[in-house]
Every structure is written in C-alpha cells, then in structure tokens.
Write a protein of this length. Structure first.
Length: 572
C-alpha cells in the first residue's frame, strides 16, 4: 500500500467516524429487536478509536439497508432463538451459548433484509482472527438451512483439507445428534447428515474438500467455506457457487483468518469486499465483516488487539495476546508472522525469505506515468510473455540523471477470455478494474496489443534496446522486426549467470533509494513472491516462492537493468 493509499484510508476513517457520530441510531428501533444489536451498533458508532474502518463501514451499510428495506425483526429474533437453543461443543461438554452483540449484528445483517419474499444478502464474509468462534457461528447457518430452508436443501461445508472441513462439520453433527438423539429424523455419519425415511424433508448437509472425488449434480443452497484464505485455487468454490442458480435464497458463507497466500482466490475477494464497503462497488447482496488494524495502529498495543478481536475477553483471554506478542519478539520471524496473520488478521509473508520484500517494493513506488516524462529520454524495454494462464509483463527502464536513479515502469497484460474460472479471477478482475492490469481480447494473450503498446510510447521515449526471452517471444519479436525495431532487439539469456550482476546492482539500488518503480500492486505482489536462487558459483536469479505465484515484473525489471549495464559498457 502506497503512502497516498494510506492517506485515503485515514481520511475515510475520519469521515465515517464523523458520519456515525452524527446519526440518530434510536430512530432505527434496534433496541426493540434485541438490546444486544442496539448495543453493538451504538458502541461502533460512539467509539471510533476502538473499531476499525471496515467494521465502521459495515455498520453504516447496515443502517443504510435498514432505510432501504426495513429490518425484519421477527425473522431476526427467530434466528437468535434458534441459535441459543442449540448445543455446541464447550470446555465441559455440550453447552448452549448466548449470542454476543457482534454475533447479533452479523446474523441480523444476513437474515434481516428481504425484498419481494426473498432474502437480500446472498454472501457473507467473516474475516476475523483465530478463536472468534466463527466455526460455531457458521455451523448455525447450515443447521438453519437443514431444518428450515428449502425442503430439498443442500448444505455443503468446504475446505482445503479433510481435517479443516471436518472441524465445522463436526460441530453441525454434534448439534443434530443433540436435537435428534434417537436418530428418528436424521442419519448422521462422518461426512453426511441425511434424512431418515420418516423425515418428509429430503434436506441434507455434507462435508466436502478440494480433492473430493465427485461434485457433479450438486444443487447447493448453503455453502460454508472454512479458512478460505489458505486456498490455492477456487475450483471447489466455483463448483459449489455455480450450482446455486435455481435457489431462491442461496447463501455463501466464507469464514477465514488472514494468511500468507497472496496468490490464492481469497486475497482478491478481500480487496473486492473493501471496495464494496467503501462504496466504490455497491452490492447489497454482500455482508462483509472485516477485522484488522487501522493504518498506523501499533502491533503491541492492547487497544489494537481489542480492535481486531471483538471477542477478546469472551472466547480469548486478553493475557493470551500479550503472551503471544512476547513470544513472537523472543522467537523471531516465524512467530511474528503467525502473530500478524492469525491474531492481528493481517495478510503478510515472512520477509526473510523475500529477495526484496513487498514492504520495500511499496516504499520504492511512485505515481509516475511514462507520458508525463519530458525530454524523450533513452529507455530500455523488456518483455516476459505468457500465452493464456497468467499475465505478461512489459517493463520500461529510464535513468534519471538529476537524482542518479533508475525508474522502472511495468505494465501487465492478461487475456480477458481466460479470466472466467481462473483461480485468481477475482484478484485479476479487481486489478483490471483499478487500471493495474490491461486486458487483451480473446482467450490467449494478443501479442499485437503488447507490440502496439511498446511502439505507441515512441513519441515519449527513445527506445535503445528491447530485451526478450528467445524461447518465449518469437511472434512479438517478428512483429517488432517488421515494424522496423529490429536494430534494438536483444535476446536476454535466462540463466543464473546472466542475471547475477543485475541482481546485485539492483538490490543495492533498491536498498539505497536509487531504484524507483511505478505504483502498481502487481509489482509489490511479484516482489513478495521472489526469492533468490543461487548456485555453487554464487550466480543468482530470482525464482518463485511457489509454483502458483508470479514474479514476471521482477524479471523484466532485471532484464532492463542488465540492458542498461550492457549499453553502458558498449558506450565505453
């Protein structure tokens, strides 16, 4: 996140705090629905320092929904009563729990708004730290659907691993066994809850994992995706959600804590949720409740801990956060990563493993457009091209003599037809909507768009070299030859030895403030994914931390940097 983006969020925080402070909350009649719902809304509205921006915006959205649709208090109270009738696993066996104010708000946000006999909210995202009791709460969604939803309701609990999926499903199983101890209504086993012959409702609930053998013929009415931030792809999620088309009141529930999986589907979804809450992409079918620190909050501050964990002191002892913070400082990077992702609910990676950490890449970023640069300076260009599955990168390199620094501007391209059902579809669509990713027509990358992009900047920049990987750029290289750019084309070997000098020089420049890059989150993403690979001769080159990740922008920047060095040696 750039300093400008941080400032925008801080301004929005001040604005929403003032907006909530000025509201007459009593006029919504929330106290007549349930005192705990009223208490929660009032607390968020009157204590901005104790609640993060996204939590405040969720309350604003809730009150706006009350104005648009009216709050169905009877349906809300019925769900409250149902939840508090259930027996959940506790420290001393099966127990009944009273809803907390924050839970009252969450369930009212999902079940309280109706239009023409259909529920407005179809997707619920609960992004909370560990030990919030999110698994218990989400189990109630499936149980309500099983008992009171469509007669043929199908509830699915999905996760990446069998163990994770079973945690939520076991809570549901326990509740059903307590409600029907004789098994007269339901047959309960490890993976399925299905009706007996006596039961006139053919509704059932099932536990699924990403590697389930078959998912054909589904007709889901409720989907619960547990710890979805850990998912590497969206295959299971897409199979389930695309099966809901005939349902009048489908509900998708995503419950998760932050992780270090930036290239998974949830990170892009999270960014989309934030845009909805900010009002940039209005969507009344979504309820998103997101808990994380505000800009500038200290990680060691108990005020921050209470802000990110609404059940601190209820399901988690306050002393636990203090002891885990001390342990993180004592044990180092891995413990710090766990504290940030699981307890502070912040997406981050272990920067020790990154060549140039994403945090440093953000600090190197500036909002500069190539068309704003005066004097038509000399520029190198480098391409790293894909075919269909992922983006292509084109980097421009310019040396700025006045400040003795290199400026690298990277543009990213992706075939629009390949977005549908792509594992990172939401992330890429979000980048495209914000202008960070350029979509080309068709199902495969259109190299003509890339060539036209390069040639279109000739009036602003004097292209002195165009670098490419000879194994992956035959078609665009031929196009550039035909356009008269053959004299500046340079094949750049992709070996460790070819990149060593550029890596060393680039890192020195990055850490001393002499490398500047354009402000694009894909750049930060690529740097965060890049680790340095070395051989026995100490040759080095960045490689992907994991096969599913992308570092294209890092490679093209280094190719440009290498071209600069070669041109300088030639000039000498």
């Amino acid at each position: 996140m750039t300093e400008e983006e941080k400032e925008i969020l801080m301004v929005r925080k001040r604005q929403v705090s003032e907006q909530l402070a000025s509201l007459d909350i009593d006029r919504y009649g929330l106290a007549t629905v349930d005192g705990r719902l009223y208490q929660y809304v009032c607390t968020v509205a009157r204590d901005p320092a104790g609640h993060n921006l996204w939590e405040q915006l969720a309350v604003v959205h809730f009150l706006e929904m009350c104005d648009r649709y009216g709050l169905d208090s009877l349906r809300v109270r019925r769900f409250y009563a149902f939840y508090e009738f259930l027996y959940f696993p506790g420290k001393v066996g099966s127990v009944r729990y009273s809803l907390t104010p924050v839970q009252c708000f969450q369930f009212a946000s999902v079940y309280g708004f109706w239009r023409d006999g259909r529920r407005v909210v179809r997707e619920c995202a609960l992004y909370v730290p560990r030990k919030f009791s999110k698994t218990t709460g989400s189990a109630a969604f499936a149980l309500w659907d099983l008992l009171f939803g469509d007669a043929n309701a199908e509830s699915y609990i999905g996760a990446n691993s069998q163990d994770q999926a079973k945690k939520c499903f076991d809570v549901i199983r326990g509740c059903v066994l307590k409600l029907d101890p004789e098994g007269t209504r339901y047959v309960v086993n490890k993976e399925v809850i299905k009706p007996t012959r006596r039961n006139s409702r053919p509704a059932f609930a099932q536990c699924l994992t990403a590697n389930a053998r078959t998912k054909d013929g589904l007709n889901a009415s409720v989907i619960i995706m547990d710890e979805y931030s850990q998912a590497r792809d969206a295959t299971l999620f897409q199979v389930l959600t695309t099966s809901m088309g005939v349902r009048d009141n489908p509900l998708t529930v995503i419950i998760t804590t932050a992780s270090d999986v930036f290239d998974g589907p949830f990170y892009g979804m999270l960014e989309g949720y934030k845009q909805v809450l900010l009002g940039n992409c209005p969507d009344d079918t979504l309820f998103a409740h997101l808990f994380e620190p505000d800009i500038g909050d200290r990680e060691d501050d108990p005020v921050t801990w209470r802000k990110v964990h609404p059940h601190l002191g209820i399901t988690v002892h306050p002393e636990f956060y203090e002891s885990e913070w001390r342990r993180a400082q004592r044990e180092g990077a891995e413990a710090k990563l766990a504290f940030r992702t699981k307890l502070l609910n912040i997406y981050c990676v272990d920067d020790r493993k990154s060549w140039i950490p994403a945090k440093l890449a953000r600090e190197m970023s500036r909002k500069i457009e190539l068309t704003d640069i005066k004097g038509r300076p000399a520029a190198t260009v480098s391409m790293d091209l894909s075919v269909r599955g992922d983006f292509s990168a084109v980097t421009w390199g310019i040396y700025i003599r006045d400040i003795k620094s290199f400026f690298y501007y990277t543009a990213y391209f992706f075939p629009e037809g390949a977005l549908t059902d792509h594992p990172n579809e939401r992330l890429y669509r979000g980048w495209a909507a914000q202008g960070h990713l350029r979509l080309t027509p068709g199902d495969v990358i259109d190299y003509r768009c890339i060539v036209e992009y390069i040639l279109g900047l000739q009036p602003y920049l004097n292209i002195v070299a165009i670098g490419y990987d000879s194994y992956k750029a035959k078609e665009p290289v031929n196009m550039l030859h035909a356009s008269g750019a053959g004299h500046v084309l340079r094949a750049v070997p992709q070996t460790l030895g070819a990149f060593t000098s550029a890596c060393e020089s680039f890192e020195v420049g990055a850490r001393t403030g002499h490398i500047i890059i354009n402000s694009n989150p894909i750049n930060h993403y690529c740097f965060g994914n890049a680790v340095l690979m070395t051989d026995s001769l100490d040759n080095c080159k960045p490689e992907k931390r994991q096969d599913t990740q992308r570092i294209d922008g890092v490679i093209t920047m280094l190719m440009c940097h290498k071209l600069f060095a070669e041109l300088y040696r030639t000039a000498e």
